[in-house]
Design a protein around this ligand. Structure first.
Ligand SMILES: Cc1ncc(COP(=O)(O)O)c(C=O)c1O
Length: 457
């Protein structure tokens, strides 16, 4: 049963099932019904005593887990900031699993590591970052910010004569971390994990769109880290990157940009202006699993200068033989890790610059379409729609919650709830490569139906 000879048969079974899933994903409920989620318990019980046929295992997994999946790869999932999976990325993911490469060192996988170097260069060129950036693929934007901020912590404390990796933060010279009132919670989590504290950051006020007000940035120094945002998770707005970074650079401060999805606006000449000044930062965080539409998990950290990153991340042991080549474990928090680079390469290679531009512009056009039609129907969209994010409010908080609930129960689309400037909103994030105008129209019908059903109630 568990033989190498059984693998082709097993892969064919998995392929048939995966194809059925992919072909059916457009037609299914976006969020599974209660019956499907209740059946997940059937995968539990005690750990089986005996081995069984792996094909049976795969059949059971698919039969029970697949109906309980959320159709995030389908075209009408607008929750959080969720990309689907481009065809080339899906194919590359299958190969990546078959190859099972460890991306830790060049010696464990020259292919994974060299391709990682290639995609990091492609992305930094695409984003308009300085030549010679270093970086790594990590699990998510949270870890990308953590990693960029670890390099920042190293550099800022080194300037103060302190070796933070050796000495820790006990007795270290103080440093300032400046963020906006709209900083993403995961940047604060990264700061907390680095011992820099969520609570002791200096917060800069934001304007009506959620952008940092550059004139309100406090005095910075070479002991400061300034965290900026490219793409607010609610409104899609961008901090004034040039004005804020120029102030930081004059003071010798480190600038980190969280562009989890917003950095991809660089692919669109029409939206590039939002990223004016992006190249002035020292570190950048983004995601592949959001707007690039590769599978989970894939975050990206880029840094202007690889030296502080390497000093913050390196680990040595006699058996971990380093080479002249790039050794990824010294540039990222992970040591052993999945070779994420193949999927990223396949996505970028298959789209090319033009395909990326079309995907970004298409998602933004869909977001504008949503906003236009909802406003026409008298529904509040409180912000300028500059990217792929749309906030929607159906009267007061209670009614907004009821309409969101009705939309989610209808199952045609899925959009989540958020709070913005103290009020409840529904968030629509258009991040999937396969969403069409028809999907937007079908989704609008469902939203307007739920809005009118809840009328007056
Ligand atoms: C601006 C921003 N930063 C960070 C994150 C966190 O991303 P991840 O879940 O990949 O860590 C998000 C997620 O939506 C985001 O929008």
């Amino acid at each position: 049963m568990h033989t190498r000879q059984s693998i082709p048969l097993l892969l064919r079974e998995a392929l048939d099932r995966a194809v059925r899933y992919v072909e059916g994903v457009e037609g299914r409920r976006v969020f599974p019904d209660n019956g499907a989620t209740a059946r997940l318990a059937e995968l539990g019980g005690s750990l089986p005593e005996d081995s069984r046929d792996p094909i049976e295992t795969i059949r059971q997994l698919d039969a029970i887990a697949s109906p309980a999946t959320v159709a995030t790869t389908g075209p009408r999932y607008f929750g959080f900031v969720t990309g689907g999976m481009l065809p080339a990325a899906l194919g590359a993911a299958w190969l990546t699993s078959a190859w099972d490469q460890n991306g830790i060192l060049w010696l464990t996988s020259p292919a994974a590591v060299d391709v990682e170097r290639i995609v990091l260069r492609w992305m930094s060129e695409l984003f308009g970052l300085p030549a010679g950036c270093s970086g790594a693929l990590v699990t998510c934007a949270t870890m990308a910010s953590f990693t960029g901020l670890a390099a920042a912590r190293h550099a800022v404390l080194e300037r103060a004569g302190w070796d933070v990796e050796a000495e820790g933060l006990f007795g270290a010279p103080p440093l300032d971390v400046v963020v906006s009132d709209e900083v993403h919670s995961t940047v604060l989590k990264g700061l907390a994990m680095l011992g820099l504290g969520k609570g002791r950051v200096i917060r800069v006020p934001t304007d009506s769109q959620g952008r940092m007000i550059a004139a309100r940035i406090p005095r910075l120094s070479d002991r400061s880290i300034l965290c900026l945002q490219a793409g607010n998770v609610n409104t899609g707005s961008f901090d004034p990157l040039r004005a804020a970074s120029e102030r930081a650079r004059e003071a010798g401060a480190w600038v980190h940009i969280d562009g989890a999805f917003g950095l991809w606006a660089a692919a669109s000449p029409a939206r590039r202006v939002l990223l004016d000044g992006v190249e002035l930062a020292d570190s950048w965080a983004t995601d592949g699993h959001k707007w690039l539409n590769v599978g989970y998990d894939c975050g990206v950290v880029l840094v202007r200068d690889g030296t502080p990153l390497r000093k913050a991340m390196s680990a040595q042991a006699a058996y971990l033989i380093e080479t002249e080549e790039r050794d990824s474990m010294n540039l990222a928090p992970d040591s052993s890790r999945r070779a994420r680079s193949f999927e990223v390469w396949a996505a970028l290679h298959s789209l090319g610059r033009r395909g990326l531009q079309e995907m970004v512009d298409r998602c933004c056009a869909h977001a504008e379409h949503f906003a236009r039609e909802l406003r026409k129907a008298g529904i509040e969209v409180p912000h300028e729609v500059v990217l792929n994010q749309v906030l929607v409010r159906f009267g007061d908080d209670k009614r907004t919650d009821r309409v969101i609930d009705a939309i989610q129960r209808d199952g045609i689309l899925w959009a989540g709830r958020t709070e913005w400037q103290g009020k409840a909103y529904m968030r629509i994030s258009v991040s999937n490569w396969s969403t069409t105008s028809k999907d937007v129209e079908r989704s609008l019908e469902s939203i307007l139906r739920a809005h009118s059903l809840c009328e007056g109630g």
